[in-house]
Design a protein around this ligand. Structure first.
Ligand SMILES: [Ca+2]
Ligand SMILES: [Ca+2]
Length: 153
């Protein structure tokens, strides 16, 4: 690799690291309510932080595909040493936007909390709410991730 190319790669890496840090910081006060929930891209992994003991983060996936999925899995991956809780809320479009909510089972610090729902009709909305399990479970420097996986494809 030429010297110039190496420099270019190094500076690009610096820029992307900076961008990641910036978005994590800028996101601190975001997504604290249903109205400001962060849209989830299905199958994508979405990273965020719980920046203090009172922070909560809302995410939403709306089934805009026009089709009915048999179901969807969703998950929260906690950063090592931290335990966050996952609460799931479903809006069912075909039943006048009936809402139901459930706390997803806990798998401890660094664990993955996994839930499942069936079916997911057109216009349904799946909300994921992430919160600290104890007053000591938060870190602006460690990201958790959430993911929703509808099926079949
Ligand atoms: Ca938040
Ligand atoms: Ca947990």
């Amino acid at each position: 690799m030429s010297k110039i190319r190496k420099l270019l790669v190094a500076s690009l890496l610096t820029v992307s690291m900076f961008a990641t840090t910036q978005s994590a910081l800028a996101a601190d006060n975001e997504a604290n309510s249903m109205e400001t929930a962060i849209p989830l891209v299905p199958f994508g992994t979405n990273y965020h932080t719980i920046y203090d003991s009172t922070d909560i983060d809302w995410f939403v996936w709306e089934n805009t595909s026009g089709k009915t999925y048999d179901g969807a899995f969703f998950e929260l991956n906690c950063p090592p040493g931290y335990n966050y809780d996952l609460y799931f809320i479903k809006y069912i479009a075909s039943i006048n936007y009936t809402t139901s909510g459930i706390a997803i089972g806990d798998n401890g610090p660094g664990g993955t909390d996994i839930g499942h729902t069936t079916p997911v009709g057109p216009g349904d909305k799946l909300y994921l709410v992430v919160s600290p399990r104890t007053p000591f479970d938060f870190s602006p420097n460690h990201q958790f991730s959430v993911k929703v996986t509808p099926y079949p494809l």
